[in-house]
Design a protein around this ligand. Structure first.
Ligand code: HEC
Length: 162
């Protein structure tokens, strides 16, 4: 009996090992490279969502939500701030966009603006974690200023009527 159980266990283990092998050996198709149009949509979508998140955090707190209820949103904003330049890594010629050519011709200046945003977003996260309302107020102002600072230098004005 004991032997049968042992044998069954060994068989099951072997089967599991084979399945795992088959799983890892299965050829995995590489995802297709992002098109220039997708890259533009990706960065614009991230910008739209960061506007919604930053506005949402401020609005919620002004309506009386506890600071700590905004930690998840603020940490997400800080993650985006820390990786923003990657969304502009590839030049996207020929695709309608409001990114000025200076994003690429002055990449260091653009990265510095992104770094300012990251510092402000980290301050926002820290203020929320510390449940510190005055620090929260100055961090939300710093985040807004960092958005505007970059847009003034690197974003084309909205087309008339749009
Ligand atoms: C380091 C520079 C930089 C920072 C920081 C930055 N942006 Fe942007 N943002 C841009 C650029 C460049 C564009 C234009 C992108 C395009 O059209 O391809 C843009 C576009 C946008 C758009 C329009 C997106 C669309 O759908 O066309 C919104 C909304 C926006 N940003 C909001 C924000 C907010 C809110 C913040 C701060 C929380 C922020 N941005 C921080 C550079 C920045």
């Amino acid at each position: 009996m004991k032997r049968i159980i042992l044998a069954a266990t060994a068989t099951a283990a072997l089967a599991a090992a084979i399945t795992a092998d088959a799983r890892t050996a299965r050829p995995v198709a590489a995802p297709p490279p992002a098109s220039a149009a997708q890259m533009v949509t990706l960065r614009q979508a991230a910008m739209d969502m960061s506007a919604a998140v930053a506005g949402g955090i401020k609005g919620a707190v002004e309506r009386g939500a506890p600071l700590k209820s905004q930690g998840f949103a603020a940490r997400g904003l800080a993650k985006w701030a820390g990786s923003l330049t990657a969304a502009f890594a590839a030049a996207t010629p020929g695709v309608p966009s409001r990114a000025k050519p200076e994003v690429w011709s002055d990449a260091a200046g653009f990265a510095a603006r992104a770094a300012t945003f990251k510092v402000a977003a980290d301050q926002l996260s820290a203020a929320i974690a510390a449940d510190d309302r005055p620090a929260f107020d100055s961090a939300t102002a710093a985040v807004s200023a960092s958005c505007k600072g970059c847009h003034d230098a690197y974003q084309l004005p909205a087309p008339a009527g749009g």
